[in-house]
Design a protein around this ligand. Structure first.
Ligand SMILES: CC(C)(COP(=O)(O)OP(=O)(O)OC[C@H]1O[C@@H](n2cnc3c(N)ncnc32)[C@H](O)[C@@H]1OP(=O)(O)O)[C@@H](O)C(=O)NCCC(=O)NCCS
Length: 147
């Protein structure tokens, strides 16, 4: 089930953002920044639950003509959860933001995520070199992908 995040979701969102294996894939945020995203008019944070189990979050930023996927993570990667979750997110965006393009920046060495987004019709459009100072080095290139 797709739903909007509320304040109670912050610790679980932070647990995914701060998992050591995600240090080179996701950014670090204060609780206040996550709360601001949940409450902000230009941002939407979705969470995904199956059988009342909390499984992940997807944080979006809305601009006039486009939507950026700011952060996206699930608690058990590689088990199909992200595919079900992301299909529901895109369906929601197609319903409510039909005319907007969707884009994201992914670490250029995050091969699994790049494969994942390609399966959903995202296409690499630009490589921004050495702009991503990660918690766990080295500095990464960011690959921009668009749908
Ligand atoms: C990126 C992410 C959200 C994708 O979600 P996910 O749940 O791992 O995605 P899925 O499991 O649906 O798909 C991933 C792969 O697992 C495979 N898979 C799906 N169900 C599976 C299962 N039951 N058993 C084995 N493999 C499975 C898929 O076919 C897919 O294969 P691919 O690598 O060839 O594309 C998740 O991996 C994640 O949280 N990664 C860490 C954070 C991150 O990188 N976020 C993106 C930053 S922009």
């Amino acid at each position: 089930m797709l739903r909007h995040a509320d304040h109670n979701d912050v610790p679980r969102i932070q647990a995914i953002l701060n998992k050591p294996e995600n240090w080179d894939k996701l950014e670090a945020y204060s609780d206040e920044a996550v709360l601001a995203a949940i409450d902000g008019a230009e941002m939407t944070v979705f969470v995904w639950e199956e059988d009342q189990q909390w499984l992940g979050f997807c944080w979006l930023c809305r601009a006039a003509c486009s939507i950026k996927i700011e952060e996206f993570g699930v608690s058990t990667p590689g088990e199909g959860v992200g595919s079900r979750f992301f299909a529901a997110v895109l369906e929601n965006l197609d319903l409510y933001d039909e005319a907007k393009s969707v884009w994201l920046a992914v670490a250029a060495d995050n091969k699994a995520a790049i494969r994942f987004y390609k399966r959903f019709g995202f296409v690499p459009s630009e490589l921004r070199e050495a702009i991503w100072k990660r918690r766990k080095g080295p500095i990464a290139d960011a690959l921009i992908m668009r749908r």
